[in-house]
Design a protein around this ligand. Structure first.
Ligand code: HEC
Length: 169
């Protein structure tokens, strides 16, 4: 998409350049005085094309870009809707205490989850289990205090899904 856009503008620029080179200032003036029907139509067409590609395409790109980016996490991972929800929930209640690259959080009260979940635990199911367990029970194993049940039910699952998917990336 972006590449096509750049190529289009490069070609357009080259086209304008060659027309200018062939006609020169005098040629341009002459053709201005003897505007033909075809010439007028070409100008109208040119304006339409310019508006289409100069305004409409960027507007579309802007409009759909945000939506698209919402599902992209670190390392080009694509998040499911549940994982995206989990990301928001994590940012709200977990990021203050935990470091996790995917949310750019740098909390230092609790363990770094990129390591504790992403490196230490091998399987996705194991990662989900650890996070769900920590949320349900809380933790106080001598490394500090983590309150129990910051989330319950579906929200707890969504956070666990998210952390399991991104930890260590
Ligand atoms: C008030 C700070 C705090 C908050 C908020 C917090 N945690 Fe923790 N978390 C900790 C601490 C401290 C530990 C380590 C406690 C210990 O082992 O004694 C921990 C441990 C963990 C562990 C590792 C458990 C293990 O057995 O190794 C995971 C996973 C975890 N937290 C996930 C989360 C998630 C997900 C959230 C958000 C729902 C969250 N934490 C919110 C402080 C916090």
């Amino acid at each position: 998409m972006i590449v096509g856009f750049i190529i289009f503008w490069a070609l357009l620029g080259l086209g304008v350049f060659f027309v200018a080179m062939r006609g020169g200032p005098r040629g341009a003036r002459r053709s201005l005085h003897t505007e033909s029907k075809v010439g007028q139509r070409l100008v109208v067409l040119g304006v339409v094309v310019l508006i289409a590609f100069g305004l409409v395409v960027p507007a579309l790109v802007l409009a759909f870009n945000g939506e698209h980016k919402a599902s992209v996490a670190v390392g080009g991972l694509h998040l499911t809707a549940a994982q995206q929800k989990g990301r928001d929930l994590f940012a709200q209640s977990c990021a203050v205490c935990h470091t996790l690259a995917a949310t750019k959080s740098v909390g230092r009260t609790g363990p770094n989850l990129d390591i504790r979940v992403g490196v230490d635990i091998a399987t996705p199911a194991g990662r989900r289990g650890l996070v769900e367990g920590a949320i349900a029970e809380g933790r106080a194993r001598g490394l500090g205090q983590m309150p129990a049940r910051l989330y319950t039910g579906r929200e707890a699952k969504e956070v666990a899904e998210f952390v399991a998917a991104v930890a260590g990336h």
